[in-house]
Design a protein around this ligand. Structure first.
Ligand SMILES: [Zn+2]
Length: 400
C-alpha cells in the first residue's frame, strides 16, 4: 500500500510507467511527435534505474541484516527488555530502508523537476517524507508488538497474525480516504457547473451513485494529471487532480471519469482489498514457516523466532517475497486498468476523445508512449499509452 493514497487505482502515465529506447518512431506514429516521444523516453531512461535501484538497495539491506547476525545486533542494542527490542525492531525496520531510499527519491525528484513536473519546494517534499513516517512508524509498532506478543504466547501465533493482517488490510482500505489521503492533499467537491452536471449524468447513465466528484489540490506538488478511486462502502470516492480540470478539455475529463466509473462498476477497490487481504494472510503463513526454519534462525544469530531480535530476518523474508510477487501484482493491475479502459469506451462510445485524453495524459506526465517490454512488464501498473490508444482504435460498439 502506498503511503499517499492507500488502496487506490491511479491513472495516467506515472514516471515509472515511462518509455522505451529507440522505439519513438515505431510507437510515436501520428499520435506523438518525435519530440514528445523523445522527452518521455528521456525521462523514463533517467527514472527507471532509480526505481529499480531503490528496490534493489532496500532488498540488499534487509537480506544483509536479516541473514546475518547484524540485524539481531542492531535490535539487541536497544536493550535487553522485550519491549525495548520490539521498539528497536520497529524503529530500525522503518527508518533504515527509508533513509537508504532517500537519495533515490531525491534524485528522481530532481529529474522530474528538470522536465517541469515538480511544483513543490524541497521543504514541502521533506514534510511529505515525515508524514510518511508518521503513518509507517505506528503501523510498524502495532504490527510488531502484536506479532511478537503472540509469538511469545503460542506456537499458533501465525494463525492470529494471518487473520490480523487480513483485517488490517481491509481496515486500512476503509480508512485511507478518511485518515491518510487528507494528510497529503486537500479535497473539495467539484464546483457546480456544466462539467459537474455532465459527470454526474455520466455516472447516472452508468448506474453508479456518486455523491460527489472530489478535486485534490495536487497542483501544490506537481503538474502531472491524474485521477483515482479509493475507499470502500461509505468512504468510496472518485478524485480528480485539480491539474486535470484546469488543463484538459471537458470531454477528456469525462473520459477519465468514465474510466474511474469502470473501477467502481467492477468493484476494483473491493477486489483489490480482498486480494490484498488474502495475500497478506497467505504471506504471513509462508513467512511463519520461513522464519521458523532453524538454519535461517542460526544465520540470523537468534535461538528462536519469538525473540524480537529476529525482526530483520522477518523483514528479509518479506522483502524477498515482495520482490517475487510484485511483478505479478502489477500484471494483475494492468489487466484491471485495461478493463476500465474498455468500460470507458463502452460507456462513452467516444474513441477519438479517449485517444485525445491518453495523448494529453502521456504528454503532460512526460510518459513513455511505449516502454521497453521487460521493464514495462516488471514496473508498470497501467498498460502503455500506445497500447491504450491501440485499444481505442480497435474498439467497436457492442453489437455493432
Ligand atoms: Zn484506472
Amino acid at each position: 500500500m502506498s503511503t499517499d493514497g492507500g488502496e487506490t487505482a491511479r491513472e495516467g502515465a506515472a514516471a515509472a510507467d515511462g518509455p522505451p529506447d529507440g522505439t519513438a518512431e515505431a510507437v510515436g506514429g501520428e499520435d506523438f511527435t518525435p519530440e514528445e516521444a523523445a522527452r518521455g523516453s528521456d525521462l523514463f531512461r533517467r527514472v527507471w534505474p532509480l526505481a529499480v535501484g531503490a528496490s534493489a538497495a532496500s532488498l540488499a539491506l534487509t537480506l544483509a541484516l536479516g541473514l546475518t547476525s547484524a540485524g539481531a545486533g542492531l535490535v539487541g542494542a536497544f536493550g535487553h527488555a522485550w519491549a525495548l527490542r520490539v521498539v528497536g525492531a520497529a524503529v530500525t525496520l522503518v527508518l533504515l530502508p527509508m533513509l537508504l531510499g532517500l537519495p533515490f527519491a531525491a534524485r528522481g525528484r530532481v529529474e522530474r523537476a528538470r522536465f517541469g513536473l515538480v511544483t513543490q519546494g524541497w521543504g514541502g517534499w521533506a514534510v511529505d517524507r515525515l508524514r510518511g513516517l508518521l503513518i509507517s512508524l505506528p503501523l510498524a509498532f502495532g504490527a510488531l508488538f502484536a506479532v511478537y506478543g503472540l509469538a511469545g504466547l503460542t506456537r499458533w501465533w501465525w494463525v492470529w497474525a494471518a487473520l490480523g493482517a487480513a483485517a488490517v488490510t481491509v481496515l486500512l482500505s476503509f480508512l485511507a480516504p478518511l485518515v491518510f489521503e487528507p494528510l497529503f492533499n486537500r479535497f473539495t467537491p467539484m464546483e457546480a457547473g456544466p462539467l459537474r452536471d455532465a459527470l454526474l449524468a455520466l455516472a447516472a447513465r452508468d448506474g453508479v451513485t456518486v455523491r460527489d466528484v472530489l478535486v485534490a489540490d495536487a497542483s501544490r506538488r506537481t503538474t502531472a494529471l491524474n485521477a483515482y478511486v479509493s475507499g470502500l462502502g461509505r468512504t468510496r470516492r472518485i478524485v480528480a487532480y485539480d491539474t486535470l480540470l484546469s488543463t484538459a478539455e471537458p470531454r477528456e475529463v469525462e473520459l477519465v471519469v468514465a474510466h474511474e466509473l469502470g473501477h467502481v462498476v467492477h468493484r476494483d477497490v473491493l477486489r483489490g482489498t480482498v486480494i490484498g487481504a488474502a495475500g497478506a494472510a497467505l504471506g504471513v503463513c509462508v513467512l511463519a514457516a520461513v522464519v521458523s526454519w532453524q538454519p535461517l534462525l542460526d544465520a540470523a544469530g537468534v535461538a528462536r523466532f519469538a525473540d524480537p531480535r529476529s525482526a530483520w530476518l522477518l523483514a528479509a523474508a518479506a522483502g524477498f517475497g515482495g520482490a517475487l510477487t510484485g511483478p505479478l501484482g502489477r500484471a494483475l493491475s494492468r489487466r484491471i486498468e485495461r478493463r476500465a479502459d474498455v468500460h470507458a469506451l463502452d460507456l462513452t462510445a467516444a474513441p477519438a476523445e479517449f485517444v485525445a485524453m491518453q495523448r494529453r495524459l502521456t504528454v503532460a506526465n512526460v510518459g513513455h508512449p511505449s516502454p521497453p517490454r521487460l521493464l514495462h512488464l516488471l514496473l508498470s501498473t497501467h498498460p502503455a499509452p500506445a497500447e491504450r490508444i491501440r485499444l481505442a482504435r480497435t474498439w467497436r460498439p457492442r453489437g455493432g
